[in-house]
Design a protein around this ligand. Structure first.
Ligand code: NAD
Length: 483
């Protein structure tokens, strides 16, 4: 597939593309280090215009007062528009991020369409409360949209995560301003341009491109926004919560992970190997929910390591736009340097590089890194405690179930955990003992959009998902009237 064309989009405001802006951000193709486009940054004036457009659309009320069945129809048309443009969206995002086209086309872009359909269905079933205890009065509790939502998203899955934020905020009648990552803005910017054609009124979905410390910070601190939702790194999450808190704005922050993937000796062996591979190598390993600490019980450890390493070595590393590619380049040279900085730690006493540890061979250019697995003796090592965010797994052997839970929980993160066992009693014990917001048992990455998705500890505050989003993007009003 050829590298797709991209438009110069600094912002999308009131449905119109704005190309001019301030200090441009160079968007580089991580497969060959070439410049895709220079994107002018949305400066303070543009940020203000975007927020004012959202505010105006909210105050005018065309969207928030639209009958639910009509709003549902628009949301469903957004999903249709995403599906009709799926190849282009996946191609643009693949060239920008290095994530294999096939994974984007078959997973992220379809997920984006699902996000819109899910929230279209959800708002059709949303109910208020009514209290009739007092014979003289009726009390009802209504939910109203909060107003203007500031949405800030990361680079590792821009279309899937950005669309989740757009769909969940606007479904309840809000208007929004999205600032995607300056590293990977192209796919989600394209998606924002599809909203008007699908019937979303002008000003309801606005997008601004630019750096976090400038455009992002200006958005979060803008006095006319009502809530902030952020997905990204833990360090940035702290800054966002602080900035939002200063203006008394509610914020959800969905942050990093260092998820344990526990494989008990009674697991379905083939399923566990497949799941562990998907858990760490999908999306080039750049996933908050990556199963990056693989804990294997001693009885099956030798067999597991042999099978897992053979499969890791067989992963097809290549051009992300090639349909056969399973692992593309990392998002940038800077990120490649970050991932490679863990290799010296892997050479420490007690650690053993089972495979990988180098730039992938055969590529003169680009940010390619080999699938890498390191067997470690201590969970205290940097490899086990920091988010590497690449195709880089730490593997540890444990003896007892107690040891597995202790290792899984010895982390400042608590986003996801994976458990593999055919004993239901063990599974139930494990899900109770593990301190993580999501526990996937005998299944890799099965997302149920009605259920909350959010982490414990430093993996975040707040969640995505049906009820969680309704609670965040609406406020409750208690109304009492005489009978
Ligand atoms: P990041 O924190 O560097 O950036 C995320 C976004 O915040 C970007 O749009 C950036 O421009 C913006 N930003 C940066 N500084 C800002 C500031 N001061 N004010 C406002 N905005 C600012 O994260 P990243 O490197 O883009 O993404 C990777 C991280 O995201 C990883 O830690 C990963 O685990 C996490 N993540 C979490 C989830 C989840 O659901 N928990 C999902 C995906 C990614």
């Amino acid at each position: 597939m050829e590298t797709p064309m991209t438009e110069v989009i600094s912002a999308v405001i009131d449905g119109a593309i704005i190309s001019a802006g301030e200090a441009p951000v160079s968007i580089i193709n991580p497969a060959n280090d070439s410049l895709i486009v220079d994107l002018p940054e949305a400066g303070a004036d543009t940020v203000d215009r975007a927020v004012q457009a959202a505010r105006r659309s909210f105050d005018e009320g065309v969207w928030r007062t639209m009958p639910v069945d009509k709003r549902q129809a628009v949301l469903r048309r957004c999903a249709d528009a995403i599906e009709s443009n799926a190849d282009e969206l996946a191609g643009i995002e693949s060239a920008n991020t290095g994530i294999p086209f096939s994974q984007l086309r078959n997973r992220s872009v379809l997920r984006a369409a699902d996000n819109f359909r899910f929230f279209a269905d959800y708002i059709g079933q949303s109910v208020g409360e009514l209290y009739e205890q007092n014979p003289d009065y009726l009390t009802m509790v209504r939910r109203e949209p909060v107003g203007v939502a500031a949405l800030i998203s990361p680079w590792n899955s821009p279309i899937a995560l950005g669309s989740m934020k757009i769909a969940s905020s606007i479904a309840f009648g809000n208007s929004c301003v999205l600032k995607p990552s300056e590293q990977a803005p192209l796919g989600i910017s394209k998606l924002a341009t599809l909203m008007t054609g699908a019937g979303v009124p002008d000003g309801v979905v606005n997008l601004i491109n630019g750096r976090g410390a400038t455009t992002g910070d200006q958005l979060v601190r803008h006095p006319d926004i009502d809530v902030v939702t952020f997905t990204g790194g833990t360090h940035t999450g702290r800054l966002i919560m602080k900035a939002a808190g200063e203006n008394l704005k509610p914020a959800t922050v969905e942050l990093g992970g260092k998820s344990a993937n526990i494989i008990f000796d009674d697991a379905d062996f083939d399923q566990a190997v497949d799941g562990a591979l998907l858990g760490i190598f999908t999306n080039n390993g750049q996933q908050c929910l990556a199963g990056s600490r693989i804990l294997v019980q001693r009885g099956i450890a030798a067999r597991f390591i042999e099978a897992f390493i053979a499969r890791a070595k067989a992963i097809r590393v290549g051009d992300p736009l090639d349909a056969a590619t399973e692992l593309g380049p990392l998002v940038s040279q800077r990120h490649l340097q970050h991932v490679m900085s863990f290799v010296p730690d892997a050479n420490l006493a007690g650690h053993r590089i089972l495979t990988g540890g180098h730039r992938a061979p055969g590529f003169d250019k680009g940010c390619y890194f080999e699938p890498t697995v390191v067997q470690v003796d201590s969970n205290d090592s940097r490899i086990c405690q920091e988010e590497i965010f690449g195709p880089f797994a730490a593997l540890m052997i444990f003896d007892t179930d107690e040891e597995a839970y202790a290792l899984a929980n010895a982390s400042r993160f608590g986003l996801v955990s994976y458990v593999w066992s055919q004993n239901i009693g063990r599974i139930m014990e494990a899900q109770e003992r593990i301190a993580a917001g999501i526990v996937w048992c005998n299944t890799p990455m099965m997302r149920e959009l009605r259920a909350p998705f959010g982490g414990y500890k430093e993996s975040g505050v707040g969640s995505d998902g049906g009820k969680a989003c309704e609670a965040f993007y609406t406020r409750q009003k208690t109304v009492t009237i005489p009978r």
